[in-house]
Structures are given as C-alpha cells and as structure tokens.
Design a binder for this molecule. Structure first.
Ligand code: GNR
Ligand code: NI
Length: 169
C-alpha cells in the first residue's frame, strides 16, 4: 500500500481524458487500494485516478463521517440524472480554495466493481456531487471550469498567493 502524489492545478496532466479499464487483475486491486490510502491520507471524500496521474477510469469515494464506507467505481457512466443542487466544492488538486457549483441532485450510475462485475449506484446530495466531480476529473474537467471567468481568476490568484506564502514560511 502506498500514498500516491496528487497532481495540483495548473498541471496539464489534469486535462487528460482517461481510458476505460479493460483488465481487472491484481494490479488494478492494488491501485484501488492505493487510491483509498491516498484519499484517506489527504482527508478527501473522493479521488479520481487522473489526480494521481493514472489515466484510467477509476474513482473512489467515501462520504461517511467514520471513513468506513469505501466506494470504488470503475468505468462509471451516468444513466440518469435529475434535479439540481448547489454545493460548496473543494478539490485536492486545488488546495485551499472552495466555490459553489450547481450539479444534478440525483444520479443513477452504471459502473463496474474491482472484480469487473456490473453495478448500478443511485446517489443523491453530497455523494451525487462527489461522483459527478470525480467523473469530471476522468474527462479532464475540474470544478473551477464551472465558474465565471472573474470568479475563477480571483480564486486561482488566491491559491497562488497561499502557495507563495507557504513556500516562504
Ligand atoms: O475532498 C473533496 N471534497 C469535496 C468537497 C465538495 C465537493 C467535492 C469534493 S471532492 C474532494 C476530493 C477531490 O478533489 N476529488 O477529486
Ligand atoms: Ni477533485
């Protein structure tokens, strides 16, 4: 098991579109275990393979307070989505910045588990937000893409400033 380094914006590798997983072997199980370890270590509620520079369609999430409800989705596809919700999002690839994003309230997702079995997951509220946020990463999309240019540049400047301050300290 290992904690993997997380790519941070504006790393261009975050814009890579991930390819479907075709082989469900021990290496995949090891990688998913490493993704969980990385997500828990960073206190994240989700993580997409893109963020650890692996461009395959793997995402993990755990919305539980106790950090004991791991969910791994391979090759996830949205079957249905409806409603709308505004949620204040953060991202491990954008340390220290948060912004409101509007997404579907409810999603029904078809995916595979680590053994390659087909599964269907229905999610609402925060888990639905997380799944949509992670699926975006796998397409090279990040949450600040939804913001107005003005709001985006303001937040990115703030992130830059915080980084510089952290580097000086
Ligand atoms: O840890 C995370 N928290 C979070 C909060 C609100 C909406 C989405 C997220 S996902 C984020 C982890 C991450 O960057 N996943 O890609
Ligand atoms: Ni993210």
């Amino acid at each position: 098991m290992s904690v993997l380094p997380i790519l941070e914006f504006p790393d261009p590798r975050l814009r890579t579109k991930a390819a479907p997983v075709t082989v469900f072997d021990d290496a995949l199980k090891q990688f998913v275990a490493d993704m969980f370890e990385t997500m828990y270590d960073a206190n994240g509620v989700g993580l997409a393979a893109t963020q650890v520079n692996v461009h395959q369609r793997v995402l993990v999430a755990d919305m539980s307070e106790e950090r004991n409800q791991p969910l791994a989705l391979i090759n996830a596809q949205i079957l249905e989505k409806d409603g709308a919700q505004v949620y204040q999002e953060g991202c491990l690839s954008f340390p220290g910045i948060y912004a409101d994003v509007t997404r579907a309230l409810h999603v029904k997702v078809k995916a595979q588990d680590v053994d390659g079995n087909q599964i269907v997951v229905e999610a609402e509220g925060p888990l639905a937000v997380c799944i949509q946020h992670e699926m975006d990463h796998l397409d090279g999309k990040v949450f600040v893409d939804y913001l107005s240019p003005l709001k985006r540049s303001m937040l990115l400047k703030r992130m830059d400033k915080q980084r510089k301050q952290a580097a000086e300290a």
